[in-house]
Write a protein that binds this ligand. Structure first.
Ligand SMILES: Cc1cc2nc3c(=O)[nH]c(=O)nc-3n(C[C@H](O)[C@H](O)[C@H](O)COP(=O)(O)O)c2cc1C
Length: 393
């Protein structure tokens, strides 16, 4: 069991708010796959426009969400109510509203608490509400209905004002899902903490644009949209950025963090926890590879825990933070690349890097000049047979 903001989760796996969490049938599938919790599809009191799921998909890399069908409050309450009756999932109600109207936030939160939500997830991340307008036309063009999502999440005062109202409105924990599209996520996370938030969630959502067809006047390759908007990035491309966001928040606040973005394997999820996450979220991997991806991740994490002799997930959370320091405090250790000549197949890949004078091929084997090796480690990464390792002097 994991305690998150006083709520018990049987494991760290939470299905992120998305089409995966928009119907009761899918929530039941999520539970069957082993998830401990779900964040239900984003709810507005009344959504400003009805989008259909449109996204750009680049397997192995990432996806950009242009928009998705959200829930109006009544649909969302019904979903929470049904999920409460038909599953034992822990339910985050993912809600958003105009950042200038705290009363609306309060209404959404109270209603979702009454319906049975276990936690409120205040959505200050979704770029499709206003950020995509701001990114093209600037702040001036944002109408009052577009102050939700990521636009609110960029403004520490507004975050604080809404968190205070939410905390006054409900007894269940209030988690804030923050946009990464800020200079320092530590500042916005701290604003949420100071206002009384119980936890922070971060996952993907970097503002992005798709690939374009260079042989067709730069038109984006996906055809079921009349153009593009700055969209929200998810999938593998966001994983390393996710580590950074989570670690930053874990260092700068005392709030428990939910971390996601590009988690495709159980190893990814464990790493996210080691960077400071108490719970993890997955969306794109299940949208691409199905519920079995979730089942594999949960099983893998549980087996890992046993194999490594950890008593609980709490022993993993934040383990890597001890290695986090500022660049100026990093000390470069002396060393160089070393070749295992028996393994070397003489492919010459390690000889190619344009910045490197240290590698030569002699009799179809890589030879390193330690004097010239700068220690970057690129040859180690390039070697297809793992014949090169960086050795400390
Ligand atoms: C199609 C789609 C719809 C999404 N809708 C929501 C949403 O309604 N609310 C929200 O907070 N995040 C939403 N997200 C973001 C995900 O919850 C998740 O945080 C993000 O995709 C990063 O995780 P991933 O790399 O595992 O996909 C959506 C993502 C996708 C792909």
């Amino acid at each position: 069991m994991i305690q998150y903001c006083g709520v018990s989760f049987k494991n760290p796996m939470v299905i992120a708010s998305s089409p995966l969490t928009s119907t009761i049938d899918r929530l039941i599938e999520a539970e069957k796959a082993g998830a401990a919790g779900v964040s239900t599809k984003l709810a507005f009191i009344k959504q400003p426009f009805y989008g259909k799921l449109r996204m750009h998909t680049y397997l192995k890399n990432g996806s950009i969400i242009c928009y998705d069908r959200r829930h109006d409050m009544e649909e969302s309450l019904k979903l929470i109510d049904e999920a409460k009756k038909r599953t034992s999932l822990k339910l985050f109600a993912n809600i958003t509203h105009d950042g200038t109207d705290p009363d609306g936030w309060s209404l959404l939160a109270r209603k979702h608490e009454e319906a049975g939500a276990d936690l409120i997830e205040a959505n200050m991340v979704c770029p499709n509400v206003g950020l995509s307008t701001r990114n093209i036309f600037g702040s001036e063009a944002i109408s009052s209905s577009e102050h939700g999502g990521a636009v609110t999440g960029q403004n520490p005062e507004r975050i604080a004002a809404i968190v205070k109202v939410l905390k006054d409105s409900v007894k269940i924990p209030v988690v804030v899902k923050l946009t990464p599209n800020v200079a320092d996520i530590g500042v916005t996370a701290k604003a949420a903490e100071n206002a009384g938030a119980d936890g922070i969630c971060v996952a993907g959502a970097q503002s992005s644009l798709p690939l374009v067809d260079i042989y067709n006047e730069g038109k984006p390759g996906y055809h079921l949209l009349n153009g593009v908007a700055h969209g929200s990035l998810g999938g593998p491309a966001t994983k390393l950025m996710g580590f950074s966001l989570v670690a930053n928040i874990a260092k700068k606040t005392n709030l428990p963090v939910i971390g996601g973005g590009g988690l495709e394997t159980w190893e990814d999820s464990i790493m996210m926890m080691m960077w400071g996450a108490t719970l993890v979220t997955v969306c794109t991997a299940a949208m691409w590879y199905g519920w079995e991806n979730i089942a594999k991740q949960v099983e893998g994490m549980e087996k890992y825990l046993q194999k490594m002799g950890y008593d609980d997930y709490g022993q993993i959370t934040g383990k890597s933070l001890q290695y986090l320091r500022s660049s100026k405090d990093l000390e470069a250790l002396k060393g160089w690349a070393s070749v295992n000549t028996e393994k070397c197949i003489g492919c010459g890949k390690c000889e190619k890097p344009a910045h490197c004078d240290a590698v030569r091929m002699v009799n179809k084997k890589a030879v390193i000049d330690p004097e010239k090796c700068v220690g970057c480690g690129i040859c180690e990464a390039l070697c297809p047979v793992k014949a090169i390792v960086m050795k400390q002097a």
